[in-house]
Design a protein around this ligand. Sequence first.
Ligand code: SF4
Length: 189
Amino acid sequence: MGLRTFIAGWPVYRQLTGTDPLGRGAAARSARSAALTARTETADSVARSVCPYCAVGCGQRVFVTDGRVTQIEGDPDSPISRGRLCPKGSASKSLVTSPLRQTKVRYRRPYATEWEDLDLDTAVDMIADRILAARAATWEDVDDAGRPLRRTLGISSLGGATLDNEENYLIKKLFTAMGALQIENQARI
Ligand code: SF4
């Protein structure tokens, strides 16, 4: 290979002398990169969604092949994020596909050192029992001057950022109806 051909193969040379001064197209392309295809290209369908991890609400495109999520990328049509995702949002495919994803209720009893699996009905019954007991023990009907309070400071809710709008709406309604005041979500933190 001659020196001229060698230098002409440098991306920076092509960028400075060619038609791609920003180096985002032909100047940056190599024989290998020209042969690559995007892993989204073989998807059967694309669903629009919103990143569940924080309150920014970046738009996502969810690529599906054979009924399985194969890739999640930023949605260029989103006026919020214009195609961008932060590292958390970029990794949200793992929320669906990671082998580390928890699919069972996990419980560690007081003073226990190990976690155990619980079936969902048992876990829901345990939560209901605790809420009823805490509410009964901490209910404040009126203040010292007899003014109505009708509240409890004994129960609160801290939602995770992967809860969607509809779940958060229902959680807020439920906890307010039970008299709780402390109702928050990680996405607002
Ligand atoms: S976690 Fe990142 S990608 Fe997801 S909504 Fe927030 S800023 Fe956007």
